[in-house]
Design a protein. Sequence first.
Length: 396
Amino acid sequence: MLKVLRAAAWIGAAAWIGLVVCRGRFWDSRADGLREPDGGDPAPDVHAVVPARNEADVVARSVASLLAQTYSGQLALTLVDDRSEDGTAAVADATIARFGAAHRAGVVRARPRPDGWTGKVWAMAEGVAAARARGAQPAYWWFTDADVEHDPATLGRLVATAAARDRALVSQMVELHCVSPAERLLIPAFVFFFRMLYPFAWVNDDRRATAAAAGGSVLVTDDALRSIGGVERFRSELIDDCALAAAVKRAGGGISLGLATRSRSIRPYASLGAIWSMVARTAYTQLRYSPVLLAGTLAGMALLYVAPVAATLAGLRRRRADVALPGVLAWATMALAYAPTVRLYRQPAAGALALPLAGMLYTAMTIDSARRHVEGRGGSWKGRTFTPRPERSRAR
């Protein structure tokens, strides 16, 4: 058994070293990277669309941050109330009235969701349609979540980046809420795993097919949105942000994706259960509902996160340096790779050593996601369930 464990740990160590060296500097957590606007930059019209469902506790701060943007061009706002049950629309209306912004901002109520549409994408489509019906002809659409609070200069920097770098889509992974014990353990790891799956350097490279976006803040040109057939193009996608980015990149549009510290999610995930539900909603979708990919993922996670810890502890307990060495090497390599993300979220450096625990929990969430899919409730979120057919997901 120790020989097997030693071999698994060496494979895990080699895999971590290979990932760190060869996988697009996914561990690099330098934030932002957006261009600062100057007086000579163009400032074309932008229309922000905010899909919202049961966000009454956070939507006022989100809408206020959008209305307070210092962007030198014209910014209009449509918040789509996706049949909320908590007074989200009333809170948003009151915030718009408080800013005296009724001439450029409004709330629309989403119609019943048609078959084949996910809730958020339907709300996005309703927002775009409502804006166009009122005569809006923006150069850019800004899709942002109702639980995100933006720095006043955010839009100016997004537009300046898109214009200067000739990007059809600019997205920022906003800083996620990270206060509760569950958040401190799992949220930095979530960001780390996302960047590991979609190395930002590869996403931003026009020569590579890798495409991704972070739905909390996505600026996309109207031309690019029209060229892919509009929001309807990804109507059945649970991971809508990455589906949008993939469609834009396949159509020839450039992407810029980065980390943000000046735009932040104000939605707390106070418990393990809350984070578990968020991840389990889409984890199996990421694997294209494939049992083979699920099995491969579980094997890979075991080699990357379980074997190094098991070999380290077994080697120390048995006083077998030959077993402990590859475990320590793998564990140390992953901790060093993870440390920049831990620092980004202002957590103690020692927290990087807890990545194996986070990895095992995310593995369990992925298994649960597959179970939910088999039971027909894979897309359950905020009281609604949507499970697209596997062939639809594979088609993208």
